[in-house]
Design a protein around this ligand. Structure first.
Ligand SMILES: *Cc1c(COP(=O)(O)O)cnc(C)c1O
Length: 403
């Protein structure tokens, strides 16, 4: 915050010329609170009718998180001591043996993999991602089901490991060698016809190979916070800044104590570690804890009914447009909250979905939704109170060709 303010003040100190003039805050505003920083920067906020997408800044922090962040910003503490205490509290809250705050679920994947590879061996921690460093030869393969290949496995490969694809149980057992470091599971793709979560865990146990489950976007339901560690996964990763509404740059790594200890050693503030650039500051530590507490304690049934009501509001509005059909659906695992899918008869309404997305974003207020091929997908859970009505009205206007 301080550096951002200094940046804006240094802009304000420049002579007022051409395009800069618009961005220069009025002197009174520059001195005090209540400034419209995004306006000063020429960045336009929008109504998030999409969901918890990182590129859209994902979620708004819980007020409890902001209070904790403001509190922490006024004090110095020893970072490792705070990490320890926050980790203990989080572990108790989610019934895990141990826990740590990471810089996002992606960092949890990297640090969890690093922990499995290095343990607490300082030489190995220094050598990573060079797995064949003479100072500490490490295992080099991570087994994953073919159907579980996903966009974030890069965070695992950052540690220098190679992914070995398998499809059946026999494949998996045949792929295990003395090079096998870990078995990686992508929770969202836990489907019939594959090796399902419990069997995957049992296979890991049988062969003494640690298992890591990426459940980044998989709350609600809140029970998922303890379901997978209880099932026996050695490590589980969650995003802090999606449904939990903690800092967007925070995440959780939950699991067995020796692995969390090793993950911590691979992370900031330790220098010469693969995770040194994945720093979590004291504000994020307490902000994450506060957000998690609020999330665990909140009335999820009530919130679920509110999401359903918003979805109905939008559905009702678009259904009134001739040629338009819509349905409410809840994704099975990740983003497990009501969404609205909207499509239309293209001979009645010639608009293509991408054009509707663009029109809504360019409009006033700016609204961001997603299109998936020929349909629009509206996520309601990141909306602020009252925004569902605005989205319902604007969407209808655009589909009616009145915007
Ligand atoms: C969002 C996501 C991540 C990355 O999470 P961050 O908290 O943004 O680092 C990793 N894996 C999956 C499956 C995700 O959905």
């Amino acid at each position: 915050m301080w550096s951002r303010r200094r940046f804006i003040e240094s802009v304000a100190a420049l002579p007022i010329v051409g395009g800069i003039a618009a961005a220069v805050p009025a002197p009174a505003a520059a001195a005090g609170k209540g400034r419209d920083l995004f306006k000063e920067l020429g960045v336009r906020p929008f109504i998030n009718a999409a969901g918890t997408y990182t590129a859209m800044t994902a979620s708004l922090m819980a007020p409890e998180a902001m209070d904790a962040i403001n509190y922490a910003s006024k004090h110095f503490v020893m970072l490792d001591e705070l990490h320890d205490r926050v980790g203990e509290r989080i572990a108790a809250l989610v019934r895990a043996e141990a826990a740590m705050v990471t810089s996002g679920a992606a960092s949890a994947l990297t640090l969890g993999t690093a922990a499995v590879l290095t343990g607490t061996d300082r030489k190995k921690i220094d050598a990573l991602p060079n797995l064949s460093d003479p100072a500490g030869m490490m295992k080099s393969e991570v087994i994953i089901q073919k159907a579980h290949r996903f966009g974030y496995e890069r965070a695992v490969r950052n540690c220098g490991v190679r992914l070995v694809e398998v499809e059946t149980r026999a494949d998996l057992e045949g792929a295990i060698t003395d090079r096998t470091a870990m078995m990686l599971f992508y929770n969202n793709n836990n489907k019939e016809g594959q090796i399902k979560d419990e069997e995957f865990v049992a296979l890991g146990r049988k062969h003494a190979i640690p298992t890591l489950n990426d459940a980044a976007a998989d709350v609600p339901p809140v029970e998922n916070l303890w379901k997978y560690t209880a099932m026996g996964f050695d490590l589980v990763a969650f995003s802090g800044g999606k449904g939990i509404r903690g800092p967007q740059s925070a995440g959780l790594l939950l699991g067995r104590k020796p692995l969390i200890v090793a993950a911590r050693q691979n992370a900031s503030p330790n220098g010469n570690a693969i995770g040194r650039g994945m720093k979590v500051n004291k504000e994020e530590l307490v902000g994450m804890l506060a957000a998690l507490q609020a999330f665990v304690e909140k009335d999820h049934a009530r919130e679920g009914r509110e999401f359903e009501r918003r979805a109905q509001e939008i559905k009702k509005s678009v259904d009134a447009v001739p040629g338009v059909t819509s349905e409410i659906f809840v994704p099975e695992v990740a983003n497990h909250v009501p969404h609205v899918r909207v499509s239309w008869n293209r001979s009645t309404i010639t608009l293509d979905p991408a054009a509707v997305v663009r029109t809504l974003q360019a409009g006033e207020p700016s609204i961001v939704i997603r299109s998936e091929g020929e349909v629009l997908v509206i996520g309601v859970w990141m909306m602020q109170p009252g925004e569902d009505r605005i989205v319902a009205r604007r969407l209808r206007q655009v589909l009616e060709g009145k915007a």
